[in-house]
Design a protein around this ligand. Structure first.
Ligand SMILES: NC(=O)C1=CN([C@@H]2O[C@H](COP(=O)(O)OP(=O)(O)OC[C@H]3O[C@@H](n4cnc5c(N)ncnc54)[C@H](OP(=O)(O)O)[C@@H]3O)[C@@H](O)[C@H]2O)C=CC1
Ligand SMILES: CC(=O)[C@H](N)C(=O)O
Length: 259
């Protein structure tokens, strides 16, 4: 049985992957989707099944808790599927200075590390034994992984982890023919900025792109076995700038970017 697994499938980038994966892998038997909001997952299932005929299996649960991994692992052990694609899209951010955020919600940034880094790593390591030559892992990182971002410090640090983890893993898995792509978008028009807790900056609003465009680019890049997928000229420039610019110039630019 050939399957794809998508986390963060109840909205935004993850949901967009679920709708596009059937055209990418035409011989899939099932897509397994996970997120906390079960009713949202039901809607995604209904839409995708009606459109493609592929069975969508729901695993509703919180990636900060152990139960959801046990449920998915049970299914993996029982069905021994060939996982053609894993998309780790679940994640969230909180905008503001680290001390300020901790002052009104001491757990928020620790939870961010749990979901953005720990859950992504745990899911990847759990699913890897079920992947074969030609399987793909897409980890949704961010343009925020290109350099430190004061005012978004812990979030940017979690994404630096995701990009570094994905690039290292991509090298390790080359010998097995498994392709890993770190997807690094700039601001995307999703519910992310409702959860992030602050009005989005003018610069981000002006450069916002759609989840459809990001996912289309990511799937093409994964097809071409690119280790990093960056959508749009602005973010491609940001990636190069993050490597070449002196730190004081980067921090000046980040200050403008966050306001
Ligand atoms: N929007 C943007 O500008 C950008 C976003 N990204 C990254 O893209 C990814 C997707 O974000 P995006 O689609 O924009 O935002 P959304 O808020 O639309 O989606 C986030 C998804 O993560 C899931 N999620 C969050 N916390 C948990 C949890 N504890 N357990 C299980 N699922 C969880 C949510 O599901 P539910 O609430 O139902 O559990 C939801 O499906 C994130 O990793 C984000 O960092 C990267 C660059 C830019
Ligand atoms: C939320 C993101 O990851 C985005 N790249 C941003 O910097 O706003």
């Amino acid at each position: 049985m050939r399957i794809a697994v998508v986390t963060g499938a109840s909205s935004g980038i993850g949901r967009e992957f679920v709708t596009r994966i059937p055209a990418f892998y035409r011989q899939l038997d099932e897509i397994w989707i996970t997120a906390r909001r079960a009713e949202r997952l039901e809607q995604v299932k209904k839409t995708v099944e009606e459109k493609t005929g592929i069975y969508v299996r729901i695993f509703a649960g919180d990636l900060e808790k152990d139960l959801i991994y046990k449920q998915i692992l049970n299914r993996l052990e029982n069905q021994n599927p060939d996982v053609r694609m894993l998309v780790n899209a679940a994640g969230f951010g909180k905008i503001g200075e680290a001390k300020e955020i901790a002052g009104h919600d001491p757990q928020a940034q620790l939870r961010m590390i749990d979901v953005n880094c720990r859950a992504l790593t745990k899911m990847t390591l759990m699913i890897l034994p079920y992947m074969k030559k030609g399987s793909r892992i897409l980890n949704i990182s961010s343009g925020a992984s290109f350099c430190p971002q004061p005012g978004f410090t812990v979030y940017a640090a979690t994404k630096a982890y995701v990009t570094s983890f994905s690039r290292g893993l991509a090298e390790e898995l080359k010998k097995d023919g498994i392709i890993v792509t770190a997807v690094c978008p700039g601001p995307v028009d999703t519910e992310f900025f409702e959860v992030s807790g602050t009005n989005n900056s003018k610069a981000k609003q002006a450069t916002m792109v759609s989840a459809q465009d990001v996912v289309r680019t990511a799937l093409l890049d994964a097809k071409m076995k690119k280790p990093v997928s960056v959508h749009g000229t602005l973010m491609k420039g940001a990636r190069i700038a993050g490597k070449l610019m002196p730190e004081n110039v980067i921090f000046y630019a980040m200050d403008k970017w966050m306001k």
